[in-house]
Design a protein around this ligand. Structure first.
Ligand code: FES
Length: 210
């Protein structure tokens, strides 16, 4: 008897397809709401240029001087310590580096329009103090690429992605160009924010900050 009460007629084919349409519409709407909640969250993970939080890592005067030696066709590797805190190991300083290149806003906009208003748009200024600093992680799968002076290209040893001096993706399997990181001069100190972006996709999706 209980079975008989629980059983409902499946309805005509038109009614069934209307129900399927409604169910799919609810799933699609849920996806749109999920994405719209995620985008502000990604932007809010990244510190504003005038923020005083500890997601900014300071360069020593020697490291800041090394950065300022970078030119438009001779990038410089700048080492610094990222101050990280996590629940298991507490606070620790981890050595990292970025690639610094001298560039103007207009030069970067011309070479990398997608960073300003396209598929890889960034929620912060990519050029600061006349420089752009690139994450050393290849946007394909995260290997560390190198500057090959003889070819004037950044080349990744893992699967051969090639990038121009301003990080434009020129060859190989990567789906976006090199990732600029936030840089600022704050109270007389040069600071960088370490951000890890999800590999192997055209957009900038944050995996980790600081
Ligand atoms: Fe750099 Fe694959 S990780 S090309």
């Amino acid at each position: 008897m209980a079975h008989a009460e629980a059983y409902k007629e499946p309805g005509t084919p038109e009614e069934q397809s209307r129900r399927t349409f409604m169910a799919n519409a609810v799933i699609a709407l849920g996806g749109v709401i999920g994405i719209s909640l995620t985008i502000p969250l990604v932007a809010s993970l990244i510190p504003a240029a005038d923020a005083t939080n500890d997601q900014w890592s300071g360069l020593t005067p020697e490291q800041a001087n090394a950065l300022k030696k970078a030119t438009a066709d001779a990038p410089v590797k700048v080492t610094f310590n990222v101050h990280e805190t996590n629940g298991y190991f507490g606070a620790a300083d981890n050595e990292q580096f970025v690639w610094a290149v001298r560039a103007s806003d207009d030069e970067l906009k011309k070479a990398r329009p997608e960073l300003f208003d396209g598929s890889a748009k960034l929620p912060y200024d990519a050029v600061n103090m006349g420089f752009v600093v690139f994450s050393p992680l290849c946007p394909h799968l995260g290997c560390r690429y190198a500057w090959i002076a003889a070819q004037k290209k950044f080349i990744c040893p893992c699967h051969g992605s090639v990038y121009s001096v301003l990080g434009t993706h020129e060859a190989g399997p990567a789906l976006r160009g090199l990732d600029p990181l936030p840089l600022r001069e704050y109270q007389g100190k040069v600071q960088v924010t370490w951000i890890e972006y999800a590999p192997n996709m055209p957009a900038h999706v944050v995996l980790k900050v600081g």
